[in-house]
Design a protein around this ligand. Structure first.
Ligand code: CMX
Length: 440
C-alpha cells in the first residue's frame, strides 16, 4: 500500500472504532437540543428544515400538499379519462398549494413549451464528454452549462431588492423545467442511438414529449412516463437531492446550480441511482444462478450472499418509510394493469415476497420493505427502455418539480443561508465519560 494510504488507514481504523462505540453506547447523550445518536445516524428525525411541497409519513408514505398518490390519481387533471395524472398539475399543486383546474395545467404546459429552447452551447458542452460518461454526469454538466442564462443571476447582479428574489427564481425554475425533457432525451439519443435526435412534438404534454423525444411513442409509454414523473417528484425536504438543492440554493446560487448540486446527490447508489442498481443486481443474480426465472429459494440465497458480502440489497430499505413505499405500490398496480405476464415483473414480485422477511430478521435494518426504486426499472424494460444507466436521469427530471417549486418558496420566505454547527471528535468524546487511549 502507498505509504500515505497506510499511514491514513493506521490512524483511521482505531478512530472509526471509537466512533462506532460512541454511536452504540452514547447515542442518548444530549449535546444541546439533540443527541450524539442524532449526529451519528445522519441527523434522522431532527426537524430542522422548512419544506412545504410535500410531507412524508413513515407508515403512510408521501403526501404532496396534503394529497396521497391514490388521491392525486383521482384529483389531478389527466390526459385521458382512464389515464395517469399530468405532472404539470402536480407542479402547479406544489407551487400554488391548490389543486389545478384543467386550464391551469394547460397554462403550465404552454409556458413550458414556450420556454423549452436550449442554447446551442449546452449541447456542445454535453457533446464534449465521452459518450460513455455516465448519463447523470452528462445531465448535470448540461444543467450547469445552462446557468449562463440564469435570470436570477442577471437580476441579482442588477441589484434587486431581497424581497424580489423569488420572482427571477420563478422565471429560472420555469425555464429549467421546460428544458429538462429535451436535455434528458438528448443525452439518451446521443448515448444509445448514435445521436439520432428527435424533435419535440408541440402537441404533447411534458412527460409525453419526453417519451417521444427518447423515441417511444406508444400510448402506454406516455401513461407510464406521466405516472413516473408524478411519483418521483418530491419526498419532503430531508432526502439528499432535496436537501442539497435547498442548501446550495440558500447561498443564492442560481436555480440551475442548486438543482445540479441536488442531482449530484441523486446520482449516489443509496439514493436515486438505486433504480439502476436494482436492475444490475437482478441481472447479476440471473447470470450467477443461470436462469431468468429464479425460484424463491434461489433468490433467498442470493439475497443472503449480497448481505454477507457487505453490500446492500438495492431498492429495499428507507431512512423514513417503515412500510411498502406507496410509490412502489403505484408501479405494481400499473404493471398488473398493463403487463401482468411480463417475466421480469414476475421476478420483481417474487423478490418482494422473499426480501422483507430476510432483511427483517437482521435486527439493525429499520425498514425491510421496498422503496420506489425496486420497481421502476422493470416497467421501463418492458417497453424497451433497457439502458439502466439512464434511469436516474428520469428520476432527476421528475424530482426537479418538487425541489424547484420549494426553491421558489425558499426565496419568497427569505430563508437564510444554511449553516449548522460542527464539532470535532474530541469535542464529542468530551461530552461523554468514554475513555480511550487513542489520541484525538
Ligand atoms: N440491504 C442491506 N443492508 C441494509 C439495507 C438493505 N437494503 N438497508 C439498510 N441496511 C443496513 C444499513 O446499511 C445500516 O448498516 P450499518 O449499520 O452496518 O451501517 C443498517 O442497515 C441500518 O440502516 P437503516 O437505519 O435501516 O437505514 P438508513 O437510513 O441508514 O439507510 C437506505 C437508508 C435507503 C440508504 C438503506 O436502506 C439502503 O442502503 N437501501 C438500499 C439502497 C436503496 O434502495 N436506496 C434508495 C432509497 C430511495 C431513494 O432515495 O431513491
Amino acid at each position: 500500500m502507498e505509504p500515505i494510504k497506510q499511514k491514513f488507514i493506521d490512524k483511521a481504523l482505531p478512530k472509526a472504532e471509537v466512533i462506532k462505540k460512541l454511536k452504540r453506547e452514547y447515542s442518548d447523550v444530549k449535546i444541546g437540543e439533540v443527541t450524539i445518536g442524532h449526529v451519528l445516524t445522519g441527523m434522522k428525525g431532527i426537524v430542522s428544515l422548512l419544506t412545504c411541497t410535500s410531507k412524508l409519513d413513515p407508515q403512510e408514505g408521501i403526501r404532496f400538499r396534503g394529497y396521497s398518490i391514490p388521491e392525486l390519481q383521482k384529483l389531478l387533471p389527466r390526459a385521458s379519462e382512464d389515464g395517469e395524472p399530468l405532472p404539470e398539475g402536480l407542479f402547479y399543486l406544489m407551487l400554488m398549494d391548490e389543486l389545478p383546474a384543467p386550464e391551469d395545467v394547460k397554462y403550465i404546459q404552454n409556458e413550458w413549451q414556450k420556454r423549452a429552447h436550449i442554447p446551442k452551447h449546452v449541447f456542445d458542452v454535453i457533446d464534449a464528454l465521452p459518450k460513455d460518461a455516465h448519463p447523470m454526469t452528462q445531465y448535470v454538466t448540461g444543467i450547469v452549462a445552462m446557468s449562463k442564462s440564469s435570470k436570477f443571476k442577471t437580476a441579482y447582479e442588477s441589484g434587486i431588492n431581497k424581497k424580489e428574489y423569488w420572482d427571477s427564481t420563478y422565471e429560472g425554475v420555469m425555464d429549467l423545467l421546460a428544458r429538462l425533457p429535451r436535455i434528458a432525451a438528448y443525452i439518451y439519443r446521443r448515448t444509445y442511438h448514435d445521436g439520432d435526435h428527435i424533435e419535440p412534438d408541440p402537441t404533447l404534454d411534458w412527460a409525453g414529449n419526453l417519451a417521444h423525444m427518447m423515441g417511444y411513442d406508444s400510448d402506454e409509454v406516455r401513461r407510464l412516463f406521466r405516472l413516473y414523473m408524478v411519483i418521483h417528484a418530491d419526498h419532503e425536504g430531508g432526502n439528499v437531492s432535496a436537501h442539497t438543492t435547498h442548501l446550495v440554493g440558500s447561498a443564492l446560487s442560481t436555480p440551475y446550480q442548486a438543482y445540479a448540486a441536488g442531482m449530484l446527490g441523486l446520482a449516489g447508489p443509496l439514493h436515486g441511482l438505486a433504480n439502476q442498481e436494482v436492475i444490475k443486481w437482478i441481472y447479476e443474480m440471473m447470470d450467477k444462478l443461470g436462469t431468468k426465472d429464479p425460484s424463491k429459494e434461489m433468490i433467498a440465497e442470493y439475497v443472503k450472499d449480497t448481505i454477507n458480502s457487505g453490500r446492500v440489497v438495492p431498492g429495499y430499505g428507507h431512512a423514513v418509510l417503515r412500510k411498502t413505499d406507496p410509490r412502489y405500490s403505484a408501479q405494481r398496480e400499473f404493471a398488473m394493469r398493463y403487463m401482468p405476464d411480463d417475466p421480469l415483473f414476475k421476478v420483481i414480485s417474487r423478490i418482494y415476497e422473499v426480501v422483507p422477511p430476510i432483511l427483517g430478521s437482521i435486527g439493525k435494518i429499520k425498514n425491510p420493505w421496498p422503496n420506489v426504486d425496486a420497481h421502476s426499472g422493470a416497467l421501463l424494460i418492458h417497453y424497451g427502455i433497457k439502458e439502466h444507466e439512464f434511469y436516474t436521469v428520469l428520476f432527476g427530471v421528475s424530482r426537479a418539480m418538487g425541489v424547484l417549486a420549494q426553491l421558489v418558496w425558499d426565496r419568497a420566505f427569505g430563508l437564510p443561508i444554511e449553516r449548522p454547527k460542527s464539532q470535532n471528535t474530541k469535542w464529542f468524546l468530551d461530552q461523554t465519560d468514554m475513555e480511550t487511549s487513542i489520541k484525538f
